[in-house]
Design a protein around this ligand. Structure first.
Ligand SMILES: C[S@@+](CC[C@H](N)C(=O)[O-])C[C@H]1O[C@@H](n2cnc3c(N)ncnc32)[C@H](O)[C@@H]1O
Length: 277
């Protein structure tokens, strides 16, 4: 897929997710977000960048860790997500968290601005994840800490068939690199390619819980990487992809609901001091 199309698919696919995102994903993503925050360890007074911040689930946790003497800047390619994050910051009185609409590969910040940089479950969607990591590195102070979380390998994620099922009905792959970064040590290698040092990574297993088939379908189709393609399907195609997807997760059915296995990979690293670069 060409990079511009991929960005459009993401931007408008995630715009569609804003209303349901926190309810659908807050609990499911929490283990990866927590480990990523532990590995980057934002401290009181730090300036923190949160790339692909969505509604700010990670940004606001980072804001609590850095306190009012620190600062958190969240960025995302979806204007809808940025609007929601700004609204939450205003409603909850969190003035030291601010949000900017921008692409992860072109951050509008000066070199050496931040003490720590985070990217939770966002890098898989970026056309060139190494370029996004390079941007994180550029905007970090020397020695600054970075951490990113991605979904794991295809065979570790029970809902993985959602991509071929959707791709079969559109002209191109909707998310070509999705499982690439979660395979073996690819995320750690991407950090190294971007110029980071002291790279380490961990893989953790998880289970996605859905109360019934409607909830499992809404989670994958309503917002996110396949949502734009799905929004253009006619009724018959929607019914066909629903049936195929439910068939692909049938092994994980428990009563009316589903317990779908998944895995995350989380890597952390440091921006080099000039003598390490
Ligand atoms: C699964 S959400 C993760 C949101 C948040 N980090 C969290 O952990 O809840 C993925 C986010 O990546 C954003 N995204 C996708 N491609 C992007 C890009 N090229 N630049 C910036 N953000 C992007 C989407 O808009 C979406 O908000």
């Amino acid at each position: 897929m060409d990079a511009r199309l991929q960005r459009r698919v993401q931007r408008y696919g995630w715009d569609r997710a804003v209303d349901d995102y926190e309810q659908g994903w807050r609990a499911q993503l929490e283990p990866a977000q927590s480990l990523m925050l532990d590995m980057a360890a934002p401290r009181m007074g730090d300036r923190v960048l949160d790339v692909a911040c969505g509604t700010g689930l990670v940004s606001f946790r980072a804001a609590a860790l850095v306190g009012r003497g620190g600062k958190v800047v969240g960025t995302d390619i979806s204007e809808g997500m940025i609007e929601v994050a700004r609204r939450i910051a205003t409603e909850q009185g969190i003035p030291h968290a601010s949000f900017e609409h921008c692409d992860a590969e072109a951050l509008p910040f000066a070199d050496a601005t931040f003490d720590a940089a985070l990217c939770g479950l966002g890098l898989m969607y970026v056309p060139d994840p190494v370029e996004a990591l390079r941007e994180m590195q550029r905007t970090l102070k020397p020695g600054g800490r970075a951490a990113a979380a991605v979904w794991g390998a295809r065979q570790g994620c029970g809902w993985a068939e959602i991509f071929p099922i959707t791709d079969a009905r559109v002209a191109s792959e909707v998310c070509p690199l999705f499982f690439h970064l979660g395979t073996k040590d690819m995320l750690a290698r991407a950090f190294l390619s971007a110029g980071f040092v002291d790279v380490r990574h961990r893989r953790i297993s998880t289970v996605l819980h859905y109360a019934d088939a409607d909830e499992a379908l809404a989670a994958v189709f309503r917002g996110g990487p396949v949502a734009l393609a799905y929004s253009r399907f006619d009724t018959a195609t929607r019914q066909a992809v629903h049936a195929e997807y439910l068939d692909s997760i049938a092994a994980y059915r428990v009563g009316d609901g589903y317990r779908i296995p998944g895995e995350f990979v989380i890597a952390a690293a440091r921006a080099p001091f000039s003598e390490q670069a």
